[in-house]
Design a protein around this ligand. Structure first.
Ligand SMILES: Cc1ncc(COP(=O)(O)O)c(C=O)c1O
Length: 404
């Protein structure tokens, strides 16, 4: 018992330190004059409320009644997304976790097969506490373990029959990677050859147009159903949509109710989604183009910095997000970033995450509007300065302690 208590106490201290670090990082990043992105999740409550109140009237008639269990502004959002994706219908969900469970169990019923083929790094496999199995009675199989989308040959070679192939586009945990358009067309055809339907996890589908060289309707037309998110690249408050054929969407509405997703009023989330579609969606191609330049500037700066090893992945970003790996502990990298933001008013990276081996960490770099105002040479210079701070930290000995 005494040991257990000590472990619990240690866990509590670690959690408090984590929260304190998060807060210091957020405050430093918010105050920085230069940044690669300024995610709204760093806003204060007041800022978010003020922005919603200021912009709501630009996307909706505010004299209309509020939504009650769907309808109104929620129905407008559903129609808007169905139009953008070119699907017959769409249903709003409080979360992607719920939307995809509903889609996959509806397809399991229709195909008569509860097996879902997906990547082991796909969101439901890594981040949803085994929801597909424990809540929705589905079973998963993996066409590949390679850190990229499965190929047509891998899908064709799956030993067991499967009802649905689910493709996460882009595959976030593999570095926001996408297949080529031809590979995507082929893998979808391979699934159909196996009598399976195809569902896209399109949480970040919005930013794939540049890489595929196709518009959203052409991309979505490949799949039988698509889920999209409003709070990632679109910076909304939350929420998701499941888009597809009318019959599937009607069934999804019934399951949504059973899963507890029939929410009384959702107008703040729906308004924030419409604002995202209006303001962020048209800018994403510009962010993707800028991400390619930023990645190249980071590479030049890292080369110049003399760091012993680094990896920018993928080599050329497929979207406006990509990974940077460095051979240091996440804690050291976070502290270097906080110091740089405070001293030079420059913020390159968000949180760092330790990886499988000691002193190896990665960060997910996001490039949005703020990066358009930060010249390449200064970014190059900033990353060299960032690495210089780590080298100094090394000489001074292991990491600093959390204050407060
Ligand atoms: C690729 C992907 N799929 C699904 C989800 C689940 O979305 P939600 O958080 O709305 O449940 C996420 C959320 O991060 C995601 O990144």
């Amino acid at each position: 018992m005494a040991d257990a208590k000590t472990a619990a106490e240690r866990a509590e201290v670690a959690e408090q330190e984590g929260v304190a670090l998060q807060r210091r990082r957020r405050d430093a990043q918010r105050a920085a004059r230069r940044a690669l992105s300024r995610p709204r999740m760093r806003d204060s409550l007041g800022e978010r409320v003020e922005e919603l109140a200021r912009l709501a009237g630009t996307v909706a008639d505010l004299d209309e009644p509020v939504d009650i269990y769907g309808g109104g502004i929620v129905a407008e959002l559903e129609e808007r997304v169905a139009g953008l994706l070119g699907t017959e219908a769409a249903a709003f969900f409080p979360s992607g976790t719920m939307a995809q469970q509903v889609a996959l169990r509806a397809w399991a019923g229709r195909t008569g097969n509860p097996v879902v083929a997906l990547h082991p790094l796909a969101h439901p496999e890594v981040h949803e506490r085994d929801a597909l199995h424990t809540v929705s009675g589905l079973r998963t199989v993996h066409p590949t373990r390679a850190p990229r989308l499965p190929t047509a040959a891998e899908v064709a070679a799956l030993e067991e029959p499967f009802g649905t192939l689910m493709l996460e586009l882009p595959l976030r945990d593999a570095g926001f990677v996408l297949p080529s358009w031809e590979e995507l067309v082929d893998v979808v055809a391979a699934a159909r050859e196996r009598d399976a339907v195809v569902h896209f996890d399109g949480a970040r589908l919005w930013e794939t147009e540049t890489h595929f060289g196709k518009d959203l309707r052409e991309i979505a037309a490949l799949a039988d159903s698509v889920y999209v998110s409003f709070y990632k690249s679109l910076e909304g408050l939350g929420g998701a949509v499941l888009a597809g054929p009318q019959q599937l969407v009607d069934e999804a509405r019934a399951w949504r109710h059973r899963y507890g997703g029939q929410i009384f009023q959702q107008f703040p989330t729906a308004l924030s989604a419409l604002i995202g579609l209006e303001r962020e969606l048209p800018r994403l191609p510009e962010y993707v183009a800028r991400a390619r330049e930023v990645s190249a500037a980071l590479r030049r700066g890292l080369e110049r910095s003399g760091v012993s090893w680094y990896r920018l992945h993928p080599e050329v970003p497929h979207t406006h997000q990509f990974q940077l790996w460095l051979p240091y502990a996440a804690r050291e990298l976070d502290e270097a970033g906080i110091a740089q933001a405070r001293e030079r008013s420059e913020s390159l990276f968000g949180a760092w995450h330790d990886q499988q081996v000691p002193r190896l960490a990665l960060t997910e770099v996001t490039v949005t509007g703020a990066a358009l105002e930060w010249p390449d040479e200064e970014i190059e210079e900033a990353v060299a300065d960032f690495v210089g701070r780590l080298e100094k930290g090394d000489r001074a000995g292991e990491g600093q302690r959390e204050e407060g």
